[in-house]
Write a protein that binds this ligand. Structure first.
Ligand code: HEM
Length: 194
């Protein structure tokens, strides 16, 4: 039997996800407030790219209150808390299209799962909270695992064709690749070696 879309994406993005995880940790985002600020600047660009997807009318019919899950505004508030600004990015930002948006959405919403670890680090190492500086990393009221399950249940009900599934995977892989490219620019690393 065919895997639900979220599991299909998970299976096919695992290696890429882990390379993103390693790249993020390699820049030590929680060691200093300067590093964390850069991390927020990175998150801001990524969430800006996916903001329109969260607010898409059709997707909001399939996934209840999707628009309220968007975290772009929260990241901006986190930056403001730290009296920091967004960073101007020189690379061209992608505009996700067609069914590729499903993969982008999977990538952005799923990043909340790993954010449990990031949220703890922000709290314990930098003294940030859900009201100050780490708003966008805070868990959903119903808890991360339950929220992710509810999200996936609705996400997996979206009616898609075999071609849509391939497009969604391309979108997810593009989202992870974009995240890496943005990280490299924001943290001023040399261009792609991973
Ligand atoms: C240091 C950074 C990160 C760490 C430590 C981390 C860690 C994790 C962990 C532990 C999970 C749960 C895996 C599982 O249940 O099998 C997860 C899931 C996920 N993460 Fe990350 N993550 C990080 C960064 C990111 C970023 C930057 C993105 C997106 C741009 C992302 C996207 C996802 C997605 C989509 C899932 C859901 C996988 C699924 O269950 O389908 N993660 N992450």
């Amino acid at each position: 039997m065919e895997l639900p879309l979220s599991l299909y994406l998970k299976e096919n993005c695992r290696t890429t996800h882990d390379s993103v995880d390693h790249l993020v940790m390699s820049v030590k985002p929680f060691d200093t407030i300067e590093n964390y600020t850069r991390f927020l600047q990175l998150q801001a660009v990524f969430h800006q790219i996916v903001d329109a997807i969260y607010k898409d009318q059709l997707l909001n019919q399939g996934i209840e209150d999707l628009a309220e899950l968007a975290r772009y505004e929260e990241v901006l508030k986190d930056l403001k808390d730290l009296q920091a600004n967004t960073k101007n990015i020189t690379q061209t930002l992608p505009i996700p299209q067609g069914k590729e948006v499903l993969g982008w959405l999977y990538c952005a919403e799923g990043s909340n799962i790993g954010a449990a670890f990031l949220y703890k680090a922000a709290q314990h190492k930098l003294g940030l909270t859900a009201e100050y500086g780490a708003r966008h990393l805070a868990p959903h009221a119903e808890g991360r695992a339950k929220h992710w399950k509810d999200f996936c249940d609705q996400f997996n009900q979206i009616d898609i064709t075999v071609e849509d599934r391939a497009a969604a995977l391309k979108g997810a892989l593009d989202a992870f690749a974009t995240y890496k490219a943005l990280l490299r620019e924001v943290f001023e690393l040399s261009p792609a070696t991973v």
